[in-house]
Design a protein around this ligand. Structure first.
Ligand code: ZN
Ligand code: ZN
Length: 366
C-alpha cells in the first residue's frame, strides 16, 4: 500500500516575522486540506508546540523546524531550512557548512531555501537567495517558493516596463499582488538548472516546494495592506509525500514518517491552485520497483512511468535534457537506456498561460 499526504514546510509566526500563531495557522491548514505543516521561524527553533491540531473539519500535524541565516551578513541571504534536528541551530549560521554538518549530525535534514532571488530595488527587497556555494552535504533544494517566485516575477515586470515614475511601479506592484496567480508560472529556471547539474554529478538532491507564508501586509505604495493569507498560500505550492504506512496519529511515529519521506525525496512539488495534484505518480519498474526518491537497477526491461491526475504536458528529464514528452495526456512511459537521475514534470494551462504544475523528485537508475 502507498499513502499520500500533502503539506507545507515553510512558514512564519510572530516568533519571527509572521502574524498568526501556531494554532491559528493550523486552522488555516485544515481549511486548505493539508495533512501536515512545518513552521520555520527565522533563527529560532520553537519546541513544545508540535502535535495534531484538530477541529470539526479535520486535523493537521504541526511540526517545528527552523529557517536559519546569518543576521550579521549583508544582505541577510543564504537561508537554510532545517527539519528534525531537535535543537537550536542559529548559533552555526555564520558558517553555512558547519550549519549543514550540525543539522546532519543531529539527525536532521536541510534544504537551501529560495536559492535564486532577484532584487526588488523599488521596494528595498534584497536578493535573499543562496550566496555561499562552497558547501556540500545538504539534503536538497526548495525548488519552488511561492512568495519568492512572485517577487521575482514582479521584479522582471518592473524591469521590462522601465517605468519612469516610481509611483507607477508601485501601482503596478499593488495590482499584481491582488492577482498573484497571473504572475506565478513555475520554479525559477536557475534553480531547476542547478538541481539538474547536481543530479548530473551523481548527487542525490531532494526537492521541496513551499509557501513561505508570513500573513503579513506588503507595503506597496498607495495600497498599503496587501495580504497574502496563510490559507491562500496553503492552496498554492505544496510538497506531497508518499509513505508505505499510514499516519497513525502518534506524533513521534508520524513525524519520523513524514521527515523520512521528505529527506529521501519520496515526494513531488505540486502547484495545487492550478489543479489539485493529488494522485500524481512517477515510478520505475525493472527487476526492482521504485518510486520517486528510490535508487533502482537499470536492467533491460526497466521502464519509467508518469501518471498525472488530469491531461497535461508530461515530461521526463535526465540531467537537464528532456528524454520523453507528450502533450495533452495523463500518462507517459519511457524506456531508459542510460544510468542517471530521471525526474518528471507536468505543465498545465491555467489563467490563460502554461504553468509549471508538478515537479517530481528523481528516480535514480544505476
Ligand atoms: Zn527565507
Ligand atoms: Zn521564510
Amino acid at each position: 500500500m502507498v499513502y499520500e499526504y500533502a503539506g507545507n514546510m515553510h512558514m512564519h509566526t510572530p516568533y519571527s516575522d509572521g502574524v498568526k500563531w501556531h494554532a491559528d495557522i493550523a486552522e488555516d491548514a485544515i481549511k486548505a486540506g493539508l495533512d501536515y505543516i512545518i513552521v520555520t521561524d527565522h533563527n529560532v527553533w520553537v519546541s513544545g508546540l508540535e502535535g495534531y491540531y484538530e477541529n470539526e473539519q479535520g486535523r493537521v500535524l504541526l511540526l517545528c523546524g527552523e529557517e536559519v541565516h546569518n543576521s550579521r551578513r549583508q544582505p541577510q541571504a543564504s537561508h537554510f531550512l532545517a527539519y528534525g534536528a531537535e535543537k537550536e541551530l542559529s548559533g552555526y549560521a555564520a558558517d553555512p557548512q558547519e550549519l549543514i554538518n550540525q543539522t546532519n549530525a543531529a539527525g536532521g535534514i536541510g534544504f537551501l531555501a529560495h536559492p535564486h532571488e532577484r532584487e526588488l530595488t523599488m521596494f528595498s527587497e534584497s536578493n535573499l537567495g543562496w550566496h555561499d556555494w562552497e558547501i556540500e552535504g545538504f539534503t536538497g533544494l526548495e525548488i519552488w517558493n511561492y512568495m519568492s517566485g512572485f517577487k521575482n516575477r514582479l521584479a522582471d515586470e518592473l524591469d521590462n516596463m522601465r517605468l519612469k515614475h516610481p509611483l507607477l511601479g508601485k501601482i503596478r506592484a499593488a495590482r499584481a499582488a491582488l492577482n498573484p496567480q497571473k504572475y506565478v508560472t513555475g520554479p525559477e529556471k536557475e534553480t531547476l538548472a542547478l538541481w539538474d547539474r547536481l543530479l548530473s554529478e551523481g548527487k542525490q538532491v531532494a526537492a521541496v516546494g513551499n509557501s513561505d507564508a508570513h500573513g503579513t501586509p506588503m507595503s506597496m505604495g498607495p495600497i498599503h495592506r496587501i495580504i497574502f493569507p496563510y490559507e491562500f498560500l496553503f492552496r498554492a505550492v505544496n510538497t506531497h509525500i508518499l509513505t508505505n504506512e499510514p499516519l497513525n496519529g502518534e506524533l513521534d511515529h508520524d513525524k519520523r514518517l513524514i521527515l523520512r519521506a521528505i529527506g529521501k525525496g519520496h515526494a513531488w512539488v505540486g502547484y495545487d491552485m492550478a489543479h489539485p495534484t493529488k494522485g500524481f505518480r512517477f515510478s520505475g519498474q525493472g527487476q526492482d520497483r521504485g518510486r520517486m526518491g528510490d535508487r533502482i537497477q537499470l536492467d533491460a526491461g526497466a521502464t519509467l512511468q508518469v501518471s498525472a491526475p488530469v491531461r497535461c504536458k508530461l515530461r521526463i528529464i535526465r540531467h537537464g535534457v528532456i528524454v520523453a514528452e507528450i502533450e495533452n495526456e495523463t500518462n507517459l512511459t519511457h524506456i531508459p537506456v542510460e544510468e542517471g537521475a530521471y525526474r518528471a514534470e507536468c505543465i498545465l494551462p491555467y489563467m490563460g498561460k502554461e504553468r509549471g504544475w508538478i515537479y517530481s523528485n528523481p528516480i535514480y537508475l544505476w
